[in-house]
Write a protein that binds this ligand. Sequence first.
Ligand SMILES: Nc1nc2c(ncn2[C@@H]2O[C@H](COP(=O)(O)OP(=O)(O)OP(=O)(O)O)[C@@H](O)[C@H]2O)c(=O)[nH]1
Ligand SMILES: [Mg+2]
Length: 331
Amino acid sequence: MGFFSKLKEGLAKTRNNISKSFSNLFKANEIDDDFYDQLEETLVMADMGYETAEKVIADVKARVKELKLKDAAECKELIINSLRDQMNVDDSAYDFEEKKTVIFVIGVNGVGKTTSIGKLASQYRKRGKKVLIAAADTFRAAAIDQLKTWSERAEVDIIAQSEGSDPSAVVYDAVNAAKARNTDILLVDTAGRLHNKKNLMDELAKMRRIISKEYPEANVETLIVLDGTTGQNALEQARQFSTVSEIDGIIITKLDGTAKGGIAIAIQSELSVPVKYIGIGEKVDDLQKFDPGQFITALFADFSVEADMSDVERIIEANEGIQRDDDLFDL
Ligand SMILES: Nc1nc2c(ncn2[C@@H]2O[C@H](COP(=O)(O)OP(=O)(O)OP(=O)(O)O)[C@@H](O)[C@H]2O)c(=O)[nH]1
Ligand SMILES: [Mg+2]
């Protein structure tokens, strides 16, 4: 199954929620205050958040006025397009992949940091990059073993020390190995931490200092991993982390099987940090660059029984430059 089909399947529960309330929304005949109230409720119920809902509504109102629309059903595409616009990712978001880069992967316990590193390592390696991973989560021996398993699966080298060793010492070793081996991308796995655990945040800062001292020519990219099944909590985590740490991008995991997939839209729309990758399963290929057009198409694939497919096709067409999986049209 291709990534798009899997994404579509993974978002089935979210889509189910949305489908019902969206269909109801368009049963209204006129575009009036009630319609907008109902739209707000629909978006918020779908975990897209108040801020996003407000932005979409302002946007839709302006377009409705401009196009002199009267009929609620005519707003369907406007809403979908506006949601997609909320998620635009800047072209420069992935520039780091082409540089000598150290990627720090941070986040709270169990969100999918180690798994995402394994998947990214494999994908970068397959693209011809020289990849190295560093086991800087030294809290548990199991964490180091888990990363070793991923390094074998991804066929990339790993730098690790024993359980309980100083994470900064691991980073120091890894940086020197990266320089000696002419590594393109060094991925650093870190222990799960909360933004308010000062010693752990200090530890992160110390690891960063080692990089700037030992490997100043490297680009540093900090990615925070958020668990998509936790809905608004995920958004809150990203907010709080960004007050104490630099964050260059977000990885949203576990978008398979959650009913809270709308959170991806809220995160992208409400934080000034882009969502760069999404995870939709535990296998190595179940992580890809976040593609707003693809995401929206998957989310609204069958939102209204009476929607003609041309709606979806037009949305895809409006999405210039999106990667078209062959199965993207397999709606
Ligand atoms: N379904 C699904 N499971 C995922 C995804 N990403 C990670 N997981 C699972 O989530 C669990 C936790 O993943 P880890 O990668 O160990 O998470 P972590 O953030 O490294 O956890 P700690 O190191 O304990 O803080 C594992 O069982 C993973 O297989 C995903 O996209 N979808
Ligand atoms: Mg881990």
